[in-house]
Design a protein around this ligand. Structure first.
Ligand code: ASP
Length: 404
């Protein structure tokens, strides 16, 4: 029998979970453990994933420093576009407040890190004891901070150590990625447990559905605005190319990104389209695109920001400006750290939740629709990577006559 694809499995799990939660709430204990196990498995991989992905990413970027100006421009483009995306999401989620209003029964105890001021958070970023930071989930920012420093200084040691460490951390990263893929196979069971439990305990199911619908709409609108307005404006005015022609050139990779939900899987097609259809040189395409597939994730960044704010709203938490700034920064880092594979963004959300002190169980809320949103955010990620390649090629003096 042909294997049913993951998104169908998730859909089936979702329907069954809702039915179970409605009709058999008194037997919820028989299934809720599946959700708990799934969440624990996700938590288990967070720290090694963050360490390995950020250290490898930064170390590789550092060695690209030889490319000097090109590296700097590329980084600038990645950080700017991801920040624009996050801010778009933040504005929309503040306007529409998809999580607020419906009584979701979620106003429960919330972690203690929430009242900390921005200044204090900044100081606490420097871990006084790395191992304490690792054992206390609230200190994820410290771990990220350490990983960035470690990755950076890998590029400053002798060739032999540099090679050894980069190889080591990218090997660890590969292993963790395999492990992540393995855990993700159990998503339908996890969803079943988590959603059934939520449905059983929520009084206002219709309200929950409405909130979920609005949440999806906010994410999709944000992605749409970013992909159709922000990025084309940048390609038009900084890259001085025709965004529509560029879009035509990228059709195949975009459809592939959408259907595979993986920037990495799409990468060969993205490189081919950018080189052959847009006419970008090998040098620039081969430098910017693989880097972009791993660290430039505008769609993911936007999604993470909206999702975390949605969860906060559902828990009845008012996020201060300081906390929202913190979400923006962590969403940016989390999107950099997220791998270009399906549902990587979801795993990274657990990090932001920990940083701002929201309960990890909030993930249960957004898990159900993550797979659908993943398709759209991945397409946005790939679209931004390709726009970046074009913009950088143009500022380096390339002609790209096919798309001007
Ligand atoms: N699936 C996304 C990508 O490959 C990452 C994510 O889960 O947001 O680009």
């Amino acid at each position: 029998m042909k294997k049913i694809q993951l998104h169908w499995q998730i859909l089936i799990a979702l329907v069954l979970a809702v039915l179970y939660g409605i009709f058999l709430p008194e037997y919820i204990g028989y299934v809720s453990w599946m959700g708990t196990v799934f969440l624990r498995a996700l938590k288990m991989i967070i720290i090694p994933l963050v360490l390995a992905s950020i250290i490898t990413g930064v170390a590789n970027m550092g060695s690209a420093e030889n490319l000097g100006r090109l590296g700097l421009k590329t980084m600038l483009y990645y950080i700017l576009t991801s920040t624009f995306a996050i801010v778009t999401g933040l504005i929309l989620v503040n306007i529409f407040k998809p999580g607020a209003g419906a009584d979701l029964n979620f106003t429960q105890e919330v972690g203690g890190h929430i009242d900390t001021s921005l200044g204090e958070i900044l100081i606490r970023i420097i871990p006084d004891n790395l191992f304490d930071a690792m054992s206390d989930n609230g200190q994820m920012l410290s771990i990220i901070f350490f990983a960035i420093l470690f990755g950076f200084f890998i590029t400053r040691v002798n060739e032999k150590s540099k090679r050894m460490l980069t190889d080591f951390f990218s090997a660890v990263f590969d292993v963790i990625m395999q492990l992540t893929m393995f855990i993700i196979k159990f998503t339908p069971l996890g969803i079943f447990g988590l959603v059934a439990e939520k449905v059983a305990e929520v009084d206002d199911l219709i309200g929950l559905m409405q909130s979920m619908g609005l949440y999806m709409l906010v994410v999709l609108t944000g992605l749409f605005l970013h992909a159709v307005i922000t990025l084309p404006l940048i390609t038009r005015f900084i890259g001085r190319v025709n965004p529509r022609k560029h879009f035509q050139a990228l059709r195949i990779p975009l459809i592939t990104a959408w259907s595979t939900s993986s920037s990495n899987a799409t990468l060969p097609l993205t490189i081919q389209a950018v080189e052959e259809n847009d006419g970008v040189s090998k040098k620039i395409a081969n430098f910017t695109l693989p880097l972009g597939a791993t660290i430039n994730m505008d769609g993911t960044a936007l999604y993470e920001c909206v999702a975390v704010m949605f969860i906060a709203q559902a828990y009845g938490m008012d996020m201060s400006v300081g906390q929202q700034v913190l979400i923006v920064v962590t969403a940016l880092l989390a999107s950099i750290g997220a791998a270009g594979i399906p549902m990587a963004g979801l795993v990274m959300i657990t990090i932001i939740l920990t940083v701002v002190g929201l309960p990890l169980e909030g993930v249960g809320l957004i898990l159900a629709v993550d797979r659908i949103l993943d398709m759209f955010r991945t397409a946005t990620n790939v679209w931004s990577d390709s726009c970046g390649a074009v913009v950088i090629a143009r500022t380096e003096g390339e002609v790209l006559e096919n798309i001007v």
